[in-house]
Design a protein around this ligand. Structure first.
Ligand code: PLP
Ligand code: COI
Length: 341
């Protein structure tokens, strides 16, 4: 199979349509068998649940080319489970988890020519999503839904790749204490758009959201969880019911403990403690681990000792071990890698 003629090393995090996408429709209480299609457009009622009341959720994952030339995905079963939990919270029908994983495999296989080569720095981003597709005008769940999976080759989420970024403490909240912060609902991202554009206008790369109830504890950013490293090399990550349970973060805790022999703590992290950490990073499928060099809290700067030019040393080890596992250079824990055959 010949790869597409794309300048893999210079693509950003954008949408490049690929040849095929998976579509399955839910009607009369059942999902159809689904199909791969070349049609990249969606036609739905003007009154569709997704358009009127934002009834939609999504997932984000990647396919990688390994050192020995296989195409693999990373822990797709966890994305399937998280999407099921998003659907339940939004009164949407679950797309069966085994069928979710199969749809990922089929879509990646059908777009093999777009999976960036090993060592290019790019990956194939996979976007499964679901939305209410039939008309609702009273506030209620739709009766019909569409589940789709498309792929797009991507480079680094933050321009500059692994160069440390600057973030600010945000005055807007991302998620309410008993709201939807723990699921991957489109609505969480719609309401973050003003905050991220405002951050960019002020010269920051991202927002640090605090807990909405007390504004004293670190939550996450608009698209990634936080990891901190203490001065004695302990890896600390915020625990909260209103953040997305990042698969990257959960994996990195295993990497830190079992591969690097580090102590790890998942606990509430008070913003007051942040100044005492040695390193800070954002972790997620898109972000991988993006180092944070500086956090600005209403004019007060926290500059991490790791600085603004390099990843901190522990962050770097975590990054290299995780990407080593994903690219097949380092043996993965059982069940983490799904080879697309
Ligand atoms: N937090 C938010 C709000 C996200 O959108 C994402 C991206 O998926 C993450 C965290 C990271 O999650 P994961 O590592 O599962 O991609
Ligand atoms: C991902 O990391 O997959 C996400 O969905 C985050 C999004 C902000 C791109």
């Amino acid at each position: 199979m010949e790869k597409k003629n794309i300048d893999w090393s210079n693509i950003g995090f954008g949408y490049i349509p690929t040849d095929k996408r998976f579509v399955s429709n839910y009607k009369n209480g059942a999902w159809d068998e689904g199909t791969l299609t070349s049609d990249a457009t969606v036609t739905i009622s003007e009154c569709a649940g997704v358009l009127q009341y934002a009834q939609t959720c999504f997932e984000g994952m990647k396919a990688y080319t390994t050192e020995d030339g296989h195409i693999v995905t990373f822990r797709p079963d966890l994305n399937a489970a998280r999407m099921a939990s998003s659907c339940k919270r939004l009164e949407m029908p679950v797309f069966p988890e085994d069928r979710f994983v199969q749809a990922i495999v089929d879509t990646v296989k059908a777009n093999e020519a777009y999976v960036p080569p090993y060592g290019s720095g790019a990956t194939l981003y996979i976007r499964p999503y679901m939305f209410g597709s039939d008309a609702v005008i009273g506030v209620k769940p739709a009766n019909e839904y569409q589940f789709r999976v498309f792929t797009t080759p991507v480079g680094p989420y933050f321009k500059g790749g692994v160069k440390p970024i600057t973030i600010r403490v945000c005055d807007y909240d991302r998620a309410a204490p008993h709201g939807t912060g723990h699921i991957k609902a489109g609505l969480n991202y719609a309401m973050s758009l003003y905050a991220i554009m405002d951050a960019h206008r002020q010269g920051y790369d991202e927002n640090m959201y605090l807990d909405a109830a007390t504004r004293t504890k670190v939550e996450e950013t608009g698209g990634a969880n936080f990891l901190f490293v203490t001065k004695d090399n302990k890896v600390v990550t915020p625990k909260s019911n209103s953040i997305l349970p990042s698969i990257t973060r959960r994996s990195l805790l295993v990497v830190a403990k079992d591969y690097l022999g580090l102590d790890v703590e998942e606990r509430e992290v008070y913003f007051d403690e942040v100044k005492d950490f040695a390193e800070c990073g954002l972790c997620g499928t898109a972000a991988v681990i993006s180092p944070v060099g500086k956090i600005v809290d209403h004019g007060k700067e926290i500059c991490f000792p790791s600085g603004m030019t390099e990843m901190g040393p522990i962050t770097k080890k975590l990054y290299e071990t995780l990407t080593g596992i994903q690219m097949g250079r380092i043996e993965a824990p059982k069940g983490w890698i799904k080879v697309i055959e």
